[in-house]
Design a protein around this ligand. Structure first.
Ligand code: 13P
Length: 341
């Protein structure tokens, strides 16, 4: 393992006020988001959409890395320039989703296990050759009656740790993503307890599998109440719960944390990240940024609608969202900025 190279990638991904843009929706997820806004669900429309994203003017001033999907890493612009090359020219590091999705876990009703370890070493070598320098694996943890079980948590964190070890061997920084879903009626307190337990178990397993903590990034959910919970918390309460939960569970050796947005609105996700920086300023042992998909892309997707004439407006929206998340990372975001659009 070349830890110095991994550390360099980590430092570049976490630089300044930048963050990551997840554009790694699997085919079913991408098609579902397209269907919701009436965009045809074809390879060509997915290619056009990803071209819109990677060619957004000045994207590299806000975004340090983008997470691609397998289909996308081979795709090119209408003029034939590979997306990976466009990203590199913009100073954006290409990354790749390498898990093969979450499926029902045998013997564990309503719980999921993420697949994709078989053959992973070979796929990582190929992605490195194609230009990727970091990877992502998402585990899904559901809160419900009697779940999550220890069996589900342990199987998922074991897979995350095996994936992370293989990534480091291949020269790719692993982004380890144990997502506790915001689906359901659970309280913020329950989200806190489950998130803390999952992340603690994750770091025990990463240690067991000899993963170097200095050469990885954590991608957690924020600690918030479930979307059907009648008691929703203030921005400051969610920010405090999130940071306190991570302080209890994430070793200081970890260089960076990059949050997923998880279905929060773009404004909520920015407000939460901002409050964490305002309230904890210099008290954080790790860099804290964003790795959003929906909270950056969704407003742009809704403007684009698959229509060429809308590309420019959609790109402006994408850039605006990313730059508001930069402001949040600096602790300079305010809800009033939403109205200046
Ligand atoms: P969201 O920000 O839409 O949750 O997506 C982030 C991600 O990469 C999920 O795996």
């Amino acid at each position: 393992m070349n830890i110095e190279a991994l550390k360099q990638t980590v430092a570049a991904l976490m630089a300044g006020d930048k963050g990551l843009l997840a554009m790694d929706e699997s085919l079913p997820t991408c098609n579902k988001r397209f269907a919701e806004v009436g965009i045809p669900q074809t390879v060509e429309y997915r290619r056009k959409y990803r071209e819109l994203i990677v060619t957004t003017p000045n994207l590299g001033s806000c975004i340090s890395g983008t997470i691609l999907f397998d289909e996308t890493i081979y795709q090119a612009t209408n003029n034939g320039v590979l997306f990976v090359d466009i990203l590199k020219q913009a100073g954006i590091i290409p990354g790749i989703k390498v898990d093969e999705g979450a499926v029902n876990m045998a013997g564990f009703p309503n719980e999921k296990i993420t697949e994709g370890l078989d053959g992973l070493r070979g796929r990582l070598e190929k992605y490195y050759t194609l230009g990727a320098r970091f990877a992502k694996w998402r585990a899904v943890i559901t809160i419900g009656y009697g779940i999550p079980t220890d069996g589900c948590i342990e199987a998922n964190v074991h897979a995350l740790a095996r994936y992370a070890a293989l990534c480091q061997e291949a020269g790719l920084v692993p982004i380890v993503e144990p997502e506790v879903l915001m689906d359901g009626g659970h309280t913020l307190k329950t989200c806190y307890e489950v998130t803390e337990k999952v992340i603690r178990k994750l770091f025990i397993e990463l240690e067991t599998q000899r993963v170097n903590l200095h050469g990885l990034l954590l991608k957690p959910n924020m600690v918030i109440a479930g979307k059907d919970c009648p008691e929703q918390n203030s921005v400051d309460e969610a920010a405090d719960a999130t940071v306190n939960c991570l302080l209890e569970s994430v070793p200081a050796a970890v260089p960076g944390v990059a949050f997923l947005s998880g279905g929060q609105s773009a404004a909520d996700a920015a407000a939460h990240l901002n409050a964490m920086h305002v309230r904890f300023k210099d008290k954080l042992p790790w860099a804290l940024t964003f790795s959003f998909a929906r909270a950056i892309q969704q407003p742009a997707l809704e403007l684009w609608k698959g229509i060429d004439e809308n590309v420019k407006a959609a790109q402006q929206m994408l850039y605006l969202r990313a730059s508001l998340d930069n402001a949040a990372r600096r602790g300079e975001y305010s809800a009033a900025m939403e109205k200046m659009k």
